[in-house]
Design a protein around this ligand. Structure first.
Ligand SMILES: *Cc1c(COP(=O)(O)O)cnc(C)c1O
Length: 361
């Protein structure tokens, strides 16, 4: 027997969503973001499911990059935050990882490195997010220095990142892109700017490489548009089973703190899923849960291992009935929005207790 809570990983959804990226950015190469264990889906599961459809993978750190290499992912792997110590440069070269350099100290490590094989680089420009990246004033000089290094192979890709691409009308996006274009004018290199939100709304920003993350997993990066309207399909279905049913009288309270009080005689189903399985503790009463094809509603606080759901109007529900917490219906963005967060956080925060069950197409 196994705990009934599981996350099915839908490879057909992942592959479909790569197709949406291709459709939106037909002439760009795709650097698929699989950091944070493939946004909680399992980096290896995701990378093997779409390896033949994309041009490379982006990760946050060297551990994530080496995990891909250990599992036979052979193409470009980009370290988005670059090396975090001088030693990582040797490792990156040995495993043919691409370093995204964003700070003078990283350039110094590279300058001092004594490498057997040269390493590929991207050069990140701070166009206004003020998180990582070289200041525009030093980019031309830094680009030349990088190209002159014997330990660097190829021409560095020039890249930047939007701070507000999820608000497409925000003029800050144009300001950042204009800053990028001014900064790279006269430098002969490929460009990369677009995350999911920019892929979906800013064709000008597609350039040579796009860097989709969240949209690959079927989520919408926008609060004002759902994933279905963007043509995306979910890549995860989080489900569990009903493990108990009880009748409560009108006025009885359910769960920690007695937050939910039965407005009428009610039937309550207890489900084996809680915040220890990745379901958000801040989900409010009324949050939808799909059981036996109908939307039931959360009744009472989310516990670590269980939730309670009002199934008064769904008589077919019994012990053992399967329930969907997120997937096609409801989608993870809905659950996140109700819980005061974003789907990115729910997916990336999925704990290891919840088994990921890979479903091949
Ligand atoms: C995570 C990340 C992305 C992908 O962003 P999404 O919004 O998930 O598409 C792109 N570029 C950089 C630098 C990132 O860190």
């Amino acid at each position: 027997m196994a705990r009934p809570c599981q996350a099915r990983i839908l490879c057909s959804g992942l592959r479909h969503n790569v197709g949406v990226v291709r459709q939106r950015a037909p002439s760009a190469r795709i650097m698929a973001c699989v950091k944070a264990d493939g946004y909680g889906h399992g980096a290896i599961t995701v990378a093997t499911a779409i390896n033949d459809l994309v041009d490379g993978f982006a990760v946050a750190c060297i551990e994530e990059a080496l995990e891909l290499r250990d599992h036979g992912i052979g193409g470009p792997v980009l370290l988005l935050e670059g090396p975090q110590s001088a030693d990582e440069i040797g490792l990156a070269a040995e495993h043919q990882l691409t370093l995204c350099l964003s700070s003078p100290h990283q350039l110094q490590w590279l300058t001092d490195a004594d490498l057997q094989t040269p390493v590929s680089c991207w050069l990140k420009i701070d166009t206004g997010m003020h998180r990582l990246g070289f200041a525009p004033e030093v980019v031309a000089d830094t680009f030349e220095r990088l190209q002159a290094l014997r330990c660097v192979t190829g021409t560095p890709v020039l890249c930047s990142h939007f701070a507000r691409a999820d608000s497409p009308e925000d003029p800050a996006n144009n300001t950042q892109e204009a800053c990028f274009d001014r900064t790279v004018a006269g430098l002969d290199a490929a460009h990369s700017l677009a995350n999911s939100a920019a892929i979906l709304t800013r064709p000008d920003s597609h350039r040579a490489w796009v860097r989709p993350g969240y949209m690959l997993y079927g989520g919408s990066p926008f609060t004002h548009r759902d994933s279905v309207s963007l043509g995306l399909r979910p890549a995860m279905e989080l489900s569990t089973a009903v493990i108990g049913i009880r009748d409560v009288a009108e006025g009885q309270a359910v769960g920690y703190g007695g937050r939910w009080v039965a407005p009428r005689a009610s039937r309550i189903a207890t489900l084996a899923v809680g915040y220890g399985d990745g379901y958000p503790r801040h989900a409010p009463d009324g949050t939808p849960v799909l059981i036996e094809g109908s939307a039931a509603s959360l009744a009472g606080r989310v516990s670590m291992d269980m939730i309670t759901v009002d199934v008064t109007d769904i008589p077919a529900v019994q012990v053992g009935s399967r329930a969907v917490l997120w997937g096609s219906e409801p989608d993870v963005d809905t659950i996140a929005q109700l819980s005061g967060t974003i789907g990115y956080e729910l997916l990336a925060g999925m704990p290891s207790r919840t088994p990921r069950i890979k479903e091949s197409p």
